[in-house]
Ligand binder design. Structure first.
Ligand SMILES: Nc1ncnc2c1ncn2[C@@H]1O[C@H](COP(=O)(O)OP(=O)(O)OP(=O)(O)O)[C@@H](O)[C@H]1O
Ligand SMILES: [Mg+2]
Length: 426
């Protein structure tokens, strides 16, 4: 017997229909504002749960974005609803046996933990902190048992993790990629479009309406610089006769410890990047020292805000390390660096191809997201945007600093003529 459950959704508009018609198991929907993303996703969720009795996970970057989706679904599918529960976690259950569970991606809990879904939906995915990790560690596992499918939709936000996920999946036949400017929503009035456009800079218009990838305002490491520097294939094991320098960003409480190792030559070549968290200080020190010893690398270690024991633990096992304290003030040329200078030197080393990289996804994501924000007091604050990390960027900046210092201490480092003398060593 076919159970008929009234679903009060408007018919799809032609662009939405096109997208649904070309859907694959995993779908990335990159749309301009007001294209009809949320309307489409709500309908897909409701159809799966209310009509087909499936289990659906609905994910949003922050809790306040969940409530409207939950209420809209209740409003539109009320006759098919058995039970709706708001606490501790919003869930809608349908007479079909299907359900929709709502998760915010900003909670400490692993969203989707222990669940199996037929369909996972992420709305405004570009605003999720650590989208790549959330997708891989939390959401994808919910889809394995039932060979579930996914829709990941957003308006772009710079070249952040959403951009990364788009690029990483381009050649994967399980993924479909849709790029839809706002204009393709026929229900969007010309006035509304004009009103939105009027308040936007050209760049924002390209991002918000045309759904193009646009460099975020205040971005420090430009796409051109990264492209120029990304010439290597890595990682690379130590080679006999070569010399190495490294940078280490030690974890403070919950964040990551990151290590970057450079090979010293005519250019500085990134040969290894590592990042981890959750180890004790002792184990972290041991792991860092082992990595440095493997490359016999001279290393600069960020000792800001960690106890001396943290970096001394490294030095006990590998003596060629120097603690560096990073401040908002000036360099003293010895053990204190301003963050601005460290970052500025990294920026120009990439732009001039003094420093070459291999495509390490997390490092690239951090470099792309890294921002300079103007301060009310004048000057800039350099860091990752809220919710993202910059430990790999800082490890790389410290590795560059160490490479230059080792040049300064008489260990010869050849730099191509046209760049030599442009920037002083340490
Ligand atoms: N198939 C449709 N039929 C009629 N109206 C639609 C349809 N799809 C979307 N709309 C209307 O277009 C407008 C934008 O839709 P929606 O909120 O789903 O877009 P969005 O891409 O999620 O927007 P935002 O960028 O603000 O999150 C809404 O007024 C919505 O009612
Ligand atoms: Mg929306």
């Amino acid at each position: 017997m076919k159970r008929v459950i009234p679903l009060v959704f408007p018919p799809l508009h032609p662009a939405q229909r096109e997208v649904v018609g070309a859907a694959k198991r995993f779908n990335l929907l990159r749309c301009g504002r007001r294209w009809g993303k949320t309307t489409l996703l709500l309908r897909l969720a409701a159809q799966a749960a209310a009509e087909r009795g499936q289990a659906v996970g609905w994910f949003a970057p922050i809790y306040s974005l969940l409530a409207p989706a939950y209420e809209e679904l209740l409003r539109r599918t009320r006759p098919g609803v058995v039970r709706a529960a708001e606490r501790p976690q919003p869930v809608i259950r349908y007479v079909s046996g299907g359900r929709i569970e709502f998760w915010s991606l900003d909670s400490k809990d692993v969203p989707g933990r222990g669940r199996a879904y037929d369909l996972a939906i992420i709305d405004e995915a570009a605003f999720a902190p650590s989208l790549a990790r959330v997708w891989e560690e939390a959401i994808l596992p919910t889809l394995l048992d039932r060979l579930g499918s996914a829709w990941i939709a957003s308006t772009p936000k710079g070249r952040n993790a959403f951009y990364e996920l788009w690029n990483l999946t381009l050649d994967d036949p399980a993924w479909a990629h849709f790029h839809e400017p706002s204009h393709r929503n026929p229900f969007l009035s010309q006035e509304e479009l004009a009103r939105m456009a009027a308040t936007m800079t050209r760049e924002r218009y390209r991002q918000e309406i045309l759904a193009e990838w646009v460099d975020a305002e205040g971005r420090v490491f430009s796409e051109d610089a990264l492209e120029a520097a990304l010439l290597l294939q890595g990682p690379e094991d130590p080679r006999p006769g070569e010399r190495y320098a490294a940078g280490v960003d030690l974890a403070r409480s919950q964040d990551y410890t990151a290590v970057a190792v450079l090979r010293l030559g005519a250019q500085l070549e990134l040969v290894r990047v590592e990042r981890w968290r959750g180890l004790s200080y002792t184990l972290t020190a041991r792991k860092v020292a082992a990595l440095l010893a493997r490359y016999e690398a001279y290393a600069h270690v960020d000792a800001t805000g960690v106890g001396d024991a943290a970096w001394e633990g490294i030095r006990a096992e590998w003596p060629r390390v120097r603690p560096i304290r990073i401040t908002g003030g000036r360099d003293d040329g010895r053990e204190t660096r301003s963050k601005e200078n460290l970052v500025g030197r990294l920026q120009s080393a990439l732009e001039t191809q003094e420093l070459l990289l291999y495509p390490h996804p997390e490092l690239l994501a951090e470099l792309r997201a890294f921002e300079a924000r103007p301060l009310p007091s004048g000057g800039y604050a350099y860091s990752a945007p809220e919710g993202l990390h910059d430990d790999l960027v800082m490890a790389l900046a410290l590795a560059l600093d160490a490479a230059r210092a080792s040049r300064g201490t008489g260990q010869v480092l050849k730099v191509p003529g046209r760049w030599s003398g442009l920037r002083g060593g340490v």
